[in-house]
Ligand binder design. Structure first.
Ligand code: ADP
Length: 400
């Protein structure tokens, strides 16, 4: 069975074509600058050189057509005909409270997705356009929606409600949703496999640390709390996002700095986090380099990041009544050994101990704990695309 996975952003579209019999990627690629001058498709067929096709793409429908042409191209294509593709799995950022799992997309689902636009005005519209464009280009092929929020729908109300008037939750659906759910679910399931224990018997803290970062408490296979909230601005300090701050800072800043709603939003989303503290960069590699050269604010940014992740580890161990494993994933989690050490230092009292030799790895699935540690610390590269393909396969098989 072949499954196409689509991740549509506002001016980009990423894709991967999977052969699900072997769970391998046949081709992947990226359409950039959709609707902007200079649009191009980077297509990477398995075991072949990357092909760059520069062609105007007015919109996402043009982009999908170019992806299809590339996949069936006689020179660099990987399938003979589009009829070989059984289904398409779409990453959708926000499913609101409507979806606690992946779904086959029908007219009713499209209605709900449109209703969720208010909750994710930047992300959901391109996701919807991507689905519409695929439906048009591939009539009759089942489309599946896989939501970043779905895995967190198991959180109990005491975790997802904010202490503001309850009527505002009812009226505007203001609550914690959480994000990166596909990644947290994938690495938690992989962790259970590595530990050779049923996930239903495990307490796992998954740390997805990338440009955007979130930490999740996974108890018995279910998300019971997560650090991102109503939007992906909440939780730990991130590349450019503030993470948790006193909400009163927002109105204070608006008054003192004479900022508009948009300006304060931009400040907290794009100019804060480790970029805001260090003044150097949002990229951890640059910040480490600056800190190594003696830049104090860069060092402070790294310390603030490690401290905020450490706090969530403590909190989530408390709410789960213990922890069996800590998982690190995404750009920083998978590659940044120094940051893993910084986050976990001082947590030996909880039974968390890592072996620095094992920790000196990058991007590999590995247990980095010492043999005597009572909590396992795992590095697990995330694979959201495979998770989307697996969910899509399961749903289309059940259609038969
Ligand atoms: P996104 O959230 O955009 O998917 P990623 O998961 O790719 O982001 O993570 C990007 C972050 O990972 C950047 O801050 C980058 O510095 C960090 N990163 C990637 N590779 C390394 C590395 N080798 N050492 C330290 N940090 C790294």
């Amino acid at each position: 069975m072949k499954i196409l996975v689509i991740n549509a952003g506002s001016s980009s579209l990423k894709y991967q074509l999977f052969d699900m019999d072997k769970e391998e990627v046949l081709a992947k690629g990226l359409c950039e600058r959709i609707g902007i001058e200079g649009s191009q498709l980077k297509h990477q067929p398995k075991d072949q050189d990357t092909v760059i096709i520069s062609n105007p793409m007015k919109n996402h429908a043009d982009a999908i057509r170019m992806v299809i042409d590339a996949l069936v191209d006689p020179a660099y294509g990987v399938i003979k005909d589009m009829s070989e593709i059984t289904a398409v799995g779409h990453r959708v950022v926000h499913g609101g409270e409507a979806f606690s799992g992946s779904v086959i997309i029908d007219a009713q689902v499209m209605k709900v997705l449109n209703a969720c636009i208010d909750l994710a005005p930047l992300h959901n519209p391109p996701n919807i356009i991507g689905i519409e464009a695929c439906k048009e280009a591939m009539p009759g092929v089942p489309m599946v929606g896989v939501f970043d929020t779905a895995f967190h729908q198991t959180m109990p109300p005491e975790a997802y409600l904010y202490a503001i008037p309850y009527e505002l939750y009812e009226k505007h659906k203001i609550r914690k949703y959480g994000f990166h759910g596909t990644s947290h679910k994938y690495v938690a399931e992989r962790a259970a496999k590595l530990l050779k224990k049923p996930i239903e018997q495990l307490k796992i803290i998954t740390c997805h640390l990338g440009n955007g970062s979130s930490i999740t408490a996974v108890k018995n296979g279910k998300s019971v709390d997560t650090s991102m909230g109503f939007t992906p601005l909440a939780g730990v300090a991130m590349g450019t996002r503030s993470g948790m701050i006193d909400p009163a800072i927002v109105t204070f800043l608006m008054e003192k700095e004479n900022l508009s709603i948009k300006e304060v939003n931009d400040l907290l989303n794009k100019k804060s986090g480790v970029l805001g503290i260090s003044g150097v960069s949002s990229d951890f590699r640059d910040i480490h380099a600056a800190a190594d050269e003696g830049n104090k604010r860069a060092r402070l940014a790294l310390d603030i990041f490690a401290y905020s992740v450490k706090k969530y580890i403590g909190t989530y161990a408390a709410i789960m009544g213990g922890v069996d494993a800590i998982v690190f994933t995404a750009g920083i989690g998978e590659n940044n050994a120094k940051m893993r050490t910084g986050i976990l230092s001082g947590l030996e009292f909880m039974g968390i101990k890592i072996d620095e030799e094992k920790n000196a790895i990058r991007g590999k699935e590995i247990d980095i704990s010492t043999p005597d540690a009572s909590v396992r610390t795992l590095v697990i590269p995330t694979n959201e695309e495979l998770m989307i393909a697996l969910d899509t396969k399961k749903l289309v098989e059940n259609m038969k």
